[in-house]
Design a protein around this ligand. Sequence first.
Ligand code: SAH
Ligand code: SF4
Ligand code: F3S
Length: 450
Amino acid sequence: MAKKLFVRTYGCQMNVYDSARMADVLAPLGYAQADAPDGADMVILNTCHIREKASEKTFSELGRLNLLKQERRAAGGDLTIAVAGCVAQAEGAEILARAPYVDIVVGPQSYHRLPELIARAARAGGQVLATDFPAEPKFDHLPEDGAAPGPQAFLSVQEGCDKFCTFCVVPYTRGAEYSRPVAAIVAEADRLARQGALEITLLGQNVNAFHGEGPDGRAWGLGRLIRRIAEIDGIERLRYTTSHPADLDEALIEAHRDVARLMPFLHLPVQSGSDRILAAMNRRHTAADYLRSIDRLRRARPDIALSSDFIVGFPGETEAEFAATLDLAERVGFAQAYSFKYSPRPGTPAASMEDRVSEEEKAERLERLREVLERHRLAFNRRSVGRTVDVLVERSGRKPGQLIGRTPYLQAIHFDGPARLIGRILSVEVDSAHGISLGGHAALAAEAAA
Ligand code: SAH
Ligand code: SF4
Ligand code: F3S
């Protein structure tokens, strides 16, 4: 009888990719994916350590899983519990001590070993821990085949980070920067295209630092990789995330100018508009550098939609330094952005810096920044009204007969249409703009052709 696997994913898109790959690794062992923990034989929590709140979710979820495991044992069965991802990497030993019912702790670079770890846990009847950074990258050991993606697929091309921003855990949880060889990436993209993906998002913690070995033996940058993948039949749309401002080179900007399939959208985290704070964060760019990059991008692709991440209340941030962040946000006019209160992370340099900003101050700054970001987002969305845009239809909406998709600018848009249109790219006329989404109707020609 088939065993059931449930994977719960927290954190970034790289974790979403990893969760799918873990399921691919376990499929040959007879594990089929379940959509809830209740009937599962094995549950994997793929965790995130980026902020305190994200990390805390792991332990509360583990408490619930323990109850399920006890129930299952009382009924003569069992439940294998594995913790994967960035909390596993950062706090592996602590998890085993605090949660003795956890069977397996596996880091983000070791999950290709899951079959062996499951066997070891079963044999030993105890806990197993795999959080080393193996010399050989996990990609060399992952199956070439995998479950079919939806119309939208993720593809990890780069892993880890060597930037060491002083607030960030990623260099510690994901390890050193590594780029996959171009041939392996192209093979995976070919497979995704054959399985029906229309859109691929190339992933990396620092994706524009990509420098994978090309078929010519030379290191290829991300711009060149994008041109190559854009040649694959069936891949209508390409995106990539997340980029670092210091690694934005001319070749990538030119790809935005020349490659029609590369969507006019860029997520380029800036974190702060103050040069003193940027230096304290070890970001390796100034506010002026960032604004110059934005100008170059807009010259290459005038309609490009920009997105960013911000941190407010970094240690020592003054009111004037925060005002510089508001100013930068006003000047760029982001189409969307994420903003966070600074969260001290154990082991990072910023966690031991003096001059903590109070929680009230952080909350107040976050609110002021969000007001600016939301105003620009709404303005950007309003400029879409009356236009006809290509929409990749991803899924059904909450209301009956409603479909939800994405515009080239990554805006969510809902409109009425039959479910058979899911997985197609349609022309949709935008009728209305809301804070986080658009409303529209499918243009008639597209409906008739469908
Ligand atoms: N690799 C990306 C983003 C990694 S994490 C980059 O280079 O920017 C995603 C976002 O989480 C970051 O951009 C940052 O805004 C936020 N973040 C990271 N560490 C944080 C912390 N300690 N407190 C608050 N926000 C944080
Ligand atoms: Fe973290 Fe900075 Fe690396 Fe992004 S670039 S993952 S914020 S250390
Ligand atoms: Fe979180 Fe790890 Fe991604 S800390 S944001 S899951 S790289």
